[in-house]
Design a protein around this ligand. Structure first.
Ligand code: FES
Ligand code: FES
Length: 168
């Protein structure tokens, strides 16, 4: 009987998630994915859900600075680690250089893929500011966009990389 109870997937556990420097204490089922908890329980709906199986990259967030697909992780796995989402990019009234470059270069249409691309590109450039264009192309190829044809996303990321190097 107790085994059955311990396997009850609906039994909730309390966890604390650090999202953009703010701690969210929530009670969630252990089977609940990180992206679902970020959106449903923590109210940070900027992170999008596309394929839900690790293919499209729409759910990309930074975990201790590394881009990860938050649909492939359980929220209970990431306690004590620092999560950054698209809501954490802007500083006051100022857009992050990556957000500004996406606007300036028309790098989005419907915008569904955009939070994932922003977090992927920011995460990589913060660790590797001098990454080559070819390597960045390879990185960006991991995320899917159904609207833009990618060229303007690539232009925007190159422009933001230059802006971040200059600022940095
Ligand atoms: S929703 Fe996570 S990779 Fe597509
Ligand atoms: S802008 Fe629509 S999916 Fe990328």
């Amino acid at each position: 009987m107790s085994d059955i109870k311990s396997m009850d997937a609906a039994e909730k556990v309390e966890i604390a998630l650090d999202i953009n420097g703010r701690v969210h204490r929530v009670r969630v089922e252990p089977r609940k994915t990180l992206v679902d908890v970020i959106r449903d329980d923590c109210g940070q709906t900027g992170t999008h859900i596309g394929c839900e199986h690790g293919v499209c990259g729409a759910c990309t967030v930074l975990l201790d600075g590394e881009p990860v697909r938050s649909c492939l992780m359980f929220a209970v796995q990431v306690q004590g680690r620092k999560i950054r989402t698209v809501e954490g990019l802007q500083r006051g009234d100022d857009l992050h250089p990556m957000q500004q470059a996406f606007m300036d270069h028309h790098a989005l249409q419907c915008g569904f893929c955009t939070p994932g691309f922003l977090m992927l590109a920011v995460g990589v450039l913060e660790k590797r500011p001098d990454i080559s264009d070819e390597e960045m192309l390879e990185v960006l190829s991991s995320n899917l966009c159904r609207c833009t044809g990618y060229q303007n996303i690539i232009k925007a990321v190159r422009a933001a990389a230059n802006a971040m190097r200059t600022a940095g």
